[in-house]
Design a protein around this ligand. Structure first.
Ligand SMILES: Nc1ncnc2c1ncn2[C@@H]1O[C@H](COP(=O)(O)OP(=O)(O)OP(=O)(O)O)[C@@H](O)[C@H]1O
Ligand SMILES: [Mg+2]
Length: 314
């Protein structure tokens, strides 16, 4: 399968400082590809280069096979984008904004405009002035604008910034639908891991201008379940007594990750250890209400991959 987005060896410096260091990746039809990294990692820079707003120092970008620099018009026909904030005129209605935007996109019918409006669920408010829109409505209008010409690739720079959980879910569902039902390739950046976890099929992790890893979310989760030990939550009574027993077993002190009055979380290498601890606790008369493995989330994995730091967890 040919990728809809192909980035090869992209590098960019600003005033001698490296912002992007040899980035290569591909995104395909039908997938939501998450571009995940902390502030200053290089997400917006990459997206500006993809959309032709910025030139790279070296490397190239192809969209549906068209080079963004050499065949800009052709490439642009295949891209819909929201970079930073959608460009909207507040004094015009939503519909007027879309009609205005149609002028730079050939072949967009009135019918297609209304179809896009319905897709983002703005039909009841489309005649209101945009300055009276909420942030969530503006983002939805931005999506309508970006998909007007039926682009094969949709590029979105932190589209959920500033939205409440309901607004985030609406956008997320829209992106998934576009990718999974209409075969659009979606390239979406974020610095929030939990969001990527819910929205993306694959993620590329960028840190300080370098692509650290590219993986299907599933594989990342499986990788997490395997290496580095598993965290078990012991719900016991009394916790204090249980912790004294654990201490007497001379386990590494850092293996107790968290505790409160109800439970403690312990990192162990194998299930034998869990069974052994259970037996010791029971023998000492500690009441055991539950012992359960805790699934690792993307946050933990990111910490493992990058050595931690700089990422917003929620
Ligand atoms: N026009 C510019 N001039 C100078 N430096 C820039 C410029 N644009 C970006 N940079 C630098 O390049 C690096 C990457 O910035 P970029 O905006 O791509 O990060 P980001 O991942 O989008 O971060 P954020 O999550 O804060 O939006 C940063 O160190 C930034 O200061
Ligand atoms: Mg940015």
């Amino acid at each position: 399968m040919t990728p809809l987005l192909k980035i090869e060896n992209l590098s960019k410096k600003f005033n001698g400082r490296t912002a992007l260091d040899n980035i290569s990746l591909e995104a395909y039809s039908g997938e939501v590809f998450g571009f995940l990294g902390p502030n200053g990692a290089g997400k917006t820079t990459t997206i500006k280069i993809i959309t032709g707003l910025l030139d790279a120092d070296s490397g190239n970008v192809q969209v549906n096979g068209f080079d963004v620099k050499k065949q800009f018009e052709k490439a642009l026909e295949n891209i819909g984008a929201i970079v930073e904030n959608p460009e909207l005129y507040g004094y015009m209605s939503g519909l007027q904004n879309l009609r205005q935007f149609r002028r730079i996109r050939s072949g967009v019918t009135e019918e297609r405009i209304m179809e896009s409006v319905r897709f983002v669920g703005l039909e009841n408010r489309i005649n209101d002035k945009v300055k009276r829109y909420s942030l969530g409505m503006k983002q939805r209008l931005g999506v309508a604008q970006a998909i007007l010409h039926r682009p094969k690739l949709l590029v979105l720079d932190e589209p959920t910034n500033g939205l409440d959980p309901a607004g985030i879910k609406e956008l997320r569902d829209m992106f998934k639908k576009l990718a999974h039902e209409e075969g659009v390739a979606i390239f979406v950046s974020s610095h929030m891991l939990f969001e990527m976890e819910m929205m993306c099929d694959r993620v590329g992790i960028i840190n300080q201008g370098k692509l650290v890893d590219v993986k299907p979310i599933k594989e990342l989760m499986e990788q997490a379940a395997g290496g580095g030990g598993t965290v078990y939550r012991f719900t016991v009574k009394p916790v204090e007594q249980a912790l004294k027993i654990i201490a007497s077993l001379e386990m590494p002190t850092e293996s107790i990750l968290e505790f409160n009055e109800q439970y403690f979380d312990l990192k162990v290498d194998n299930t034998e250890t869990v069974i052994m601890i259970n037996a010791r606790l029971a023998a000492a008369g500690v009441g055991i209400m539950g012992v359960a493995p805790q699934e690792k989330c993307l946050e933990d994995i990111f910490m493992e991959i990058t050595g931690g730091g700089g990422i917003q967890i929620a």
